[in-house]
Design a protein around this ligand. Structure first.
Ligand SMILES: [Mg+2]
Length: 228
């Protein structure tokens, strides 16, 4: 039995750009902070909670309080809603993603979890708008942890609690970011990259798909994916 953990933005959904824009706009409105680069990789924890924590410390010299986090998330969701109203096509799935989730749910030797660096509210907003069949799957988000390691570990625990009879011969993380590769290495998980082969080659990743339009090819990679 395999456990497959999917990242969301850039992996199942083609939402990295609109998500980043809305997050940056929320930072500007709530904290008055303009990020100099669009490079999220410069942050210690590339997660919604981790980036907000680091930005608060930069600007105010302290971490955000619970109410400030709630206010920020509300602002962020409001901006995502406006962006969706302007252009719903920016909330599309990566081609074939919905079909892959449906196929995996019918595959007897696989279980699926979703592990994202985004907050729960924004993850649900995007998954719903894109029409992905996510209901019933273990979902771990920035609400459960600030680091990707904590979020993926939480998802593995949730899968263990949901399917207690199941032991996993292999856990494979599927992601699009350099931080996803790093996290899989730290946790000793298999890894399949979604995106550009050359970019992943530089990170030492050989199991890569552009999208999910060829389910057989993706399933072969899940079988052969070794530890990242
Ligand atoms: Mg991603």
């Amino acid at each position: 039995m395999k456990l497959i953990l999917f990242d969301i933005d850039g992996t199942l959904l083609d939402t990295s750009e609109v998500d980043g824009e809305c997050y940056a706009a929320a930072l500007e409105m709530e904290l008055g902070l303009t990020l100099e680069t669009g490079d999220w990789g410069e942050f210690t924890h590339v997660t919604d909670a981790g980036i907000l924590d680091e930005c608060f410390r930069r600007v105010r010299g302290r971490p955000p309080g619970p109410k400030e986090i709630t206010t920020f998330i509300e602002r962020f969701i409001d901006l995502l809603g406006r962006a969706h109203a302007r252009d719903p096509d920016r909330f599309s799935e990566i081609p074939g993603a919905g079909d892959i989730l449906r196929l995996l749910s019918r595959t007897s030797d696989c279980r699926v979890g979703l592990a994202t660096g985004g907050w729960r509210a924004s993850a649900l907003f995007k998954l719903t708008r894109a029409g992905l069949p996510y209901r019933g799957l273990p979902l771990s988000t920035s609400n459960e942890g600030m680091s990707r390691e904590a979020i993926l570990s939480d998802c593995i625990s949730k899968a263990g609690a949901k399917w207690p009879e199941t032991g996993y011969s292999k856990i494979v993380s599927v992601g699009d970011g350099a931080w996803d590769v790093r996290t899989a290495r730290v946790l000793g998980l298999g890894f399949v990259g979604v995106g550009d082969e050359a970019t992943f080659e530089k990170l030492g990743v050989r199991h890569v798909v552009r999208d999910f339009r060829d389910p057989a090819a993706f399933f072969r990679l899940l079988d052969s994916a070794s530890k990242a």
